[in-house]
Design a protein around this ligand. Structure first.
Ligand code: UDP
Ligand code: MG
Length: 333
């Protein structure tokens, strides 16, 4: 019996120390699941340590270990997009390289997939490995996100998941440059189920590869690519301020007619000018956030540039897809 091919997509940024450990833990699990019919698709996201050299070596040891290497760091979201395009499995699992996603859970992922679920997502039952502040911010953010956006992200769901070929093809058809995978995974739909898992501590040095600036950018990308509600709120805010001003005019006219001209009122002017200027700048800022992203999308630059392919072959279907009509450019160096 020929078993289905299972691909594992792993984005890596300076994870040289973790590769061996990860492969050692994945191999027995995958052998048990697929009778050896599996591939690992590493996406080297512009590492500056010897991650790339190790991947080349690991590929000569076991050709099922495959990789592509970006010309520079493009970020984890883009690395996932590339990995999904290069993976050829009937089922594709996405996981981190730092062993925070326990490989042993894949047995359950694949079991659910064989039951007919097209998306099986890992659901973290605690976030103890994150700092309390990051946990709080994350909880608040996803509450806001789910309130604003029609696409609900299930609680505790992240990138650690299995996608059926159909779901992978759906992800590959998404053209946008601002990729908020967590939202996109929910947006594509398909029959989904969660599998709870406990997040392990990060293996390897350096801590999380994310910093505050990146997280803020990521959070804004998520909101702006899934909701235009902030723009509508701006309109409503404008209306509300105008309404208040209108009633103030009425009160002012009546007051003048009854009590005559009253010269003082300097604080009122200063306060209203400052308040209005503030509101206007905030609204402009919100519009700017969207406009900047529209600009990025319209430029339609390639999502990523591949500098090297290790054990993986270029194929047209793997070209980063471009928005039609803006002059498609080639995505390969
Ligand atoms: N990663 C990446 N590019 C980046 C940042 C991270 O490919 O710009 C990879 C990283 O090597 C790891 C995974 O994405 O395999 C998750 O990163 P990390 O563990 O730093 O994130 P956290 O666990 O804090 O969410
Ligand atoms: Mg991690």
């Amino acid at each position: 019996m020929t078993r289905e091919l299972i691909s594992i997509v792993i984005p890596v940024l300076n994870e040289a120390g973790n590769l061996q450990r990860l492969i050692a833990r994945l191999t027995p699990v995958l052998d048990g699941l697929s009778g050896g019919n599996w591939e690992l698709v590493f996406v080297d996201d512009g590492s500056s340590d010897d991650t790339l050299a190790r991947l080349r070596h690991l590929n000569t040891v076991d050709p099922r270990v495959r990789a592509i290497s970006f010309s520079r760091n493009f970020g984890k979201e883009i690395a996932l997009a590339a990995g999904l395009r290069y993976a050829s499995g009937d089922a594709v699992v996405i996981m981190d390289a730092d062993l925070q996603h326990p490989p042993e859970i894949l047995t359950q992922f694949v079991a659910r997939w064989r039951e007919g679920y097209q998306v099986v997502y890992g659901q973290r039952v605690d976030r103890n490995t994150d700092s309390p502040l990051r946990r709080l911010v994350s909880v608040v953010y996803y509450k806001i996100f789910n309130a604003l956006v029609k696409t609900d992200i299930p609680e505790g769901a992240g990138d650690f998941r299995l996608l059926d070929r159909k779901a992978v093809d759906a992800m590959n058809r998404i053209k946008e440059a601002a990729r908020f995978n967590k939202g996109l995974f929910s947006w594509i739909g398909f029959k989904s189920v969660g599998v709870p898992y406990t997040v392990a501590a990060r293996e390897g040095s350096g801590g999380s590869r994310w910093n505050v600036r990146r997280l803020v950018h990521f959070a804004l990308d998520g909101l702006t690519s899934f909701s235009t509600l902030p723009l509508r709120i701006s309109t409503l805010l404008g209306l509300a301020v105008s309404l208040v001003a209108f009633f103030y005019v009425l009160i002012f006219v009546v007051k003048t007619m009854i009590f005559g001209v009253d010269v003082p009122g300097f604080p009122t002017i200063v306060v209203s000018v400052l308040l209005l200027a503030g509101v206007q700048l905030i609204v402009l800022g919100i519009i700017g956030e969207y406009l900047g992203r529209v600009y990025d999308e319209v430029k339609a630059r390639p999502l990523y540039l591949v500098a090297e392919e290790i054990g993986l072959e270029a194929s047209d279907k793997r070209e980063p897809i471009q928005i039609g009509g803006f002059g498609a450019s080639k995505g390969r160096l």
